[in-house]
Write a protein that binds this ligand. Structure first.
Ligand code: FES
Length: 361
């Protein structure tokens, strides 16, 4: 069955790959784009106008660290003028009171602050940046003073999953309205550190319990979004809510992608703005149409009663684990690929001592 193509709701604009941090779970590609490859201010502004015309409502400004772009305020103002709801996804490094006030004046709607750990020692070690935690806490204070709606984003893994209760407490302390507790997803650089980051089953079970208890307790005060580690799930996640249905990503050099990791699938060819119009790419490009609807699905997914729940799962994960982007997501217990994933989890999660992190630099 061919899918009806609706316009995207959200755009993730990866303004830059530059970042002062070096998190071992970074989902950006192993090979990062240099500053010289980034779209210019004017081109980004044009992309935002095109996005709004296409039907995009929410713009997530990301990176790398988007504050590494000196034109960030100008870009936010342009997005605001185009009528887009703007969310800044940041580590906080590179922001200061003056810059945050300028972003407020430019119309920034929301801030999503990443959290590497709840102590200086842990956060600075995970982020690979000495002094980063203190600077982040200072930025969080200013965000609170200004009154930006704040979401805290905590990527959880073997090293920090036991700190989950303290992580939730920190979100409350910082005045966040929402916390995203995202168990590490293995894409990009994170694959290099998979064995070091892989939580144990006991940690995962405990985390689920902590979240289940915290959600009703904090209702009305803090919204908790929990992304469980899908290697430990029985069924795949509905990645991107289905390929090419809801969201579009633009890489720092203008490459337009159906998801964050799509460029890892070698057989797909991607197009770029501004050479090609965003709407043409969204509706007509081969890459966006590759996994839309259900025609592409293997028989197992075609006939599955979860077909319209998880849409066949994550294509990038099928490629990363099985080397075949058309295969059922190996997380699915009904799939042959699950045995491969089980062996991998068994080998990695059960280690008494995890290997050391490999940092980008
Ligand atoms: Fe690409 Fe899931 S990350 S489809």
């Amino acid at each position: 069955m061919s899918a009806r193509i609706d316009p995207p709701i959200a755009m993730l604009a990866e303004l830059t790959h530059r970042c002062p941090l070096a998190c071992p779970y970074c989902s950006n590609p192993r090979e990062l784009l240099a500053k010289s490859a980034e779209l210019s201010t004017d081109v980004w502004k044009g992309v935002f106008s095109q996005a709004a015309a296409l039907g995009v409502l929410q713009l997530h400004l990301s990176g790398g660290e988007p504050a590494s772009r000196s034109d960030l305020t100008e870009l936010v103002a342009a997005a605001n003028e185009a009528g887009l709801y703007t969310n800044l996804i940041t580590s906080g490094i590179g922001l200061n009171p003056k810059r945050l006030r300028a972003l407020e004046d430019a119309g920034l709607d929301h801030v999503q602050l990443s959290l590497q750990g709840v102590t200086t020692a842990m956060a600075d070690r995970i982020g690979g940046y000495k002094g980063g935690f203190d600077r982040k806490m200072h930025v969080a204070e200013v965000i609170r003073e200004i009154g930006f709606p704040l979401t805290l984003n905590a990527v959880m893994h073997r090293e920090n999953l036991d700190d989950l209760p303290a992580t939730i407490e920190m979100a409350q302390r910082l005045g966040a309205r929402r916390i995203e507790i995202a168990c590490v997803q293995f894409q990009g650089w994170a694959l290099t550190n998979r064995a070091a980051l892989q939580p144990t089953r006991a940690q995962v079970d405990r985390a689920k319990q902590v979240v289940a208890e915290a959600i009703p307790t904090l209702r009305g005060e803090l919204v908790i979004d929990f992304v469980p580690p899908d290697y430990f799930s029985d069924f795949p996640k509905a990645c991107m809510n289905g390929w090419g249905t809801t969201g579009v990503n633009v890489a720092p050099d203008g490459t337009v992608l159906p998801c964050h990791a799509a460029a890892t699938i070698p057989k797909l060819r991607f197009e770029r703005v501004p050479e090609k119009r965003l709407s043409d790419i969204w509706y007509h490009s081969e890459a966006f149409n590759a996994y839309r609807g259900t025609d592409w699905m293997p028989p197992l997914c075609q006939t599955c009663d979860r077909r319209d729940i998880d849409f066949g799962g994550c294509r990038c994960q099928a490629f990363a684990v099985l080397g075949d982007a058309n295969a059922p997501d190996p997380v699915c217990v009904k799939s042959a690929g699950r045995a491969v994933l089980d062996d991998l989890v068994e080998a990695e999660a059960q280690r008494v001592e995890a290997p050391a992190f490999v940092y980008r630099r």
